[in-house]
Design a protein around this ligand. Structure first.
Ligand code: ATP
Length: 344
């Protein structure tokens, strides 16, 4: 394992911001730290960067502990949410800054800066000042500055959150392309599940200062471990075991055998429906969303959300039958109502 965080703990007074958090990043991997506001994502990133001190636990890079190493000696590239470029330096000076303080000869800096400007698709911008650039362009320059020094790890703290949706989507793809081309191990903080699904090799989903689940985007979407992950990673129908037993008994076959409380999580696109004279459900509403339709149906098990691609062959108020395949149902631990946050 390339970068390892083991049992990291961070408290502020009596408040536990991180409670024994362990994560791993492999060489070349793009990892997203995902979770709601205040769950501890930035705190974890800052601990790894060396900008905040650990209260307990250990962080190692290629097996060597990082605790004694100050931030500037860790060799990490960081891009923050706010563009944080040096306002009085040109774009070229910003990108070359890290190389200059490492006494790299000027011609080499110029060559590297030009190469990076090509990479972030801004070859004409070398002499501009940051204030003359758009937000998206500034973040591209911030990315170029972070990777100029061949960082051992790239740390991105919500780098896209200040940008509008379209720029965000373009830059998201570009960050991924650059990261793939250079194979830099990358850790990105985001609270946007769509961003994490689109970008990450691995998502680490956090809540209340702990890691709730880590896995591939497919794992977290299709096999959420808890109710929190199921709800955070997109729309879902969550049904109690009693409702499943009564209305979809076939699905009980996969219910875990332990004593904990589980809910059946069924994603809206996993439910098939066909018009039927005296069907088990009624269509309450249909929304047209371009590439898909979202339907609300009233079933004996309560309201269910259904999404279909292509045209729907039923109308509002119509009676329908529902089909749910056995493998469409994932049993998730019901973690609702857990304490807000442990005190130190
Ligand atoms: P966001 O998405 O809003 O940035 P986050 O998941 O990155 O949230 P953190 O910034 O890591 O959250 O903060 C985690 C918790 O720790 C928050 O409740 C925050 O108020 C608290 N916290 C962070 N830094 C400090 C500090 N220096 N002193 C006291 N509390 C802090």
């Amino acid at each position: 394992m390339y970068l390892t965080v083991r049992d990291a703990t961070k408290t502020y007074g009596t408040f536990t911001a991180l409670d024994s958090v362990s994560i791993e990043i492999e060489k070349g991997e793009f990892v997203c730290l995902l979770g709601p506001s205040g769950c501890g994502k930035t705190t974890l990133l800052r601990l790894i960067a060396g900008l905040t001190e650990l209260d307990g636990g250990e962080i190692t890079l290629e097996g060597a502990p990082l605790s004694e190493l100050p931030a500037r000696k860790r060799g990490f590239g960081i891009v923050f949410q706010s563009y944080s470029l040096f306002p009085n330096m040109s774009v070229a000076e910003n990108i070359g800054y890290g190389l200059k303080i490492r006494d790299v000869p000027a011609p080499e800096i110029t060559a590297r800066v030009n190469e990076l400007l090509q990479l972030v698709k801004l070859p004409q911008m070398a002499d501009k000042l940051p204030g003359q650039l758009s937000g998206g362009q500034q973040q591209r320059i911030a990315l170029a500055r972070a990777i100029a020094v061949d960082p051992r790890v790239l740390l991105l703290d919500e780098p896209l959150s200040a940008l509008d949706a379209k720029v965000r989507a373009t830059l998201r793809d570009e960050i991924r392309q650059v990261q793939r081309a250079l194979e830099i191990p990358t850790l990105m903080v985001t609270h946007d599940q769509e961003e994490a699904l689109a970008l990450a090799d691995k998502i680490i989903c956090m809540n209340h200062g702990i890691v709730v689940q880590a896995g591939t985007p497919e794992d977290l979407y299709h096999r959420p471990a808890t109710r929190f992950v199921a709800e955070f990673m997109g729309s879902s129908n969550l049904l109690s075991a009693e409702d499943i037993a009564r209305h979809f008994p076939d699905l009980l076959a996969t219910h875990p055998t332990d004593e904990k409380t589980y809910l059946a999580c069924i994603r809206p696109e996993q439910i098939g429906l066909t018009p039927a004279k005296e069907g088990s459900a009624t269509v309450r509403s249909i929304s047209f969303l371009g590439n898909l339709q979202r339907l609300e149906v009233d079933s004996a098990a309560g309201p269910l959300l259904v999404e279909t691609h292509g045209r729907v062959s039923c109308r509002m108020g119509e009676s329908v039958d529902l089909r749910i395949a056995l493998d469409a149902c994932t049993w998730v631990l019901d973690d609702a109502g857990q304490p807000e946050r442990s005190a130190a």
